[in-house]
Design a protein around this ligand. Structure first.
Ligand SMILES: [Zn+2]
Ligand SMILES: [Zn+2]
Length: 170
């Protein structure tokens, strides 16, 4: 799977992808020094064009993936909020009470990502999503007993893929 990172060129508004990346790295170091006594390992930070909205943290790869579209449509505050949310996931994997306390402490003030203005279109009949990292999987056939390959290399029901687009329900 190819992820695009820093080669998008100038954004239609605001900062370039390089500048957003630089500012996220600075924010990580600030959070790490302020709240974790520099105890967190620096994650890879990916600004993805594939990810249509929000973001996720993948523990197996220790990386945070954020949506470039979300930045273009809603700007830095949205991206910063999502980034702080994902940094909290480095410590607490699930949306537990402890997770939300940490997310609030880090300044993630919004609970949910904004909805995309431009809805992505997919020709695939079925869309599945990992309940933990939100990664999407597109298929033309129904999957049985499938789990997220980013969260675990082998089948693991903890990271079961749930159906978010079903042609039978339209
Ligand atoms: Zn979350
Ligand atoms: Zn996952």
């Amino acid at each position: 799977m190819k992820e695009l990172t820093l080669d998008f060129g100038p954004a239609t508004s605001g900062l370039t992808a390089d500048e957003v990346y630089r500012d996220l790295v600075a924010e990580f170091h600030r959070l790490n020094a302020t709240y974790f006594d520099n105890g967190l390992k620096m994650p890879a930070i990916i600004l993805s064009r594939r990810k249509s909205f929000g973001g996720y943290y993948q523990p197996a790869r220790h990386r945070i993936v954020l949506s470039w579209q979300a930045y273009e449509e809603y700007g830095w505050d949205e991206t910063l909020n999502t980034f702080r949310h994902e940094v909290a996931h480095i410590v607490h994997f699930n949306h537990s009470r402890a997770f939300w306390e940490l997310a609030n402490l880090l300044g993630a003030t919004k609970r949910y990502a904004s909805r995309p203005l431009k809805q992505p279109r997919t020709p695939h009949r079925y869309v599945y999503e990992c309940a933990v990292c939100s990664r999407r999987v597109y298929r033309n056939r129904r999957l049985r007993r499938a789990s997220c390959g980013s969260c675990d290399k082998v089948y693991n029901p903890l990271y079961a893929l749930r159906l978010v687009k079903d042609p039978a329900s339209r």
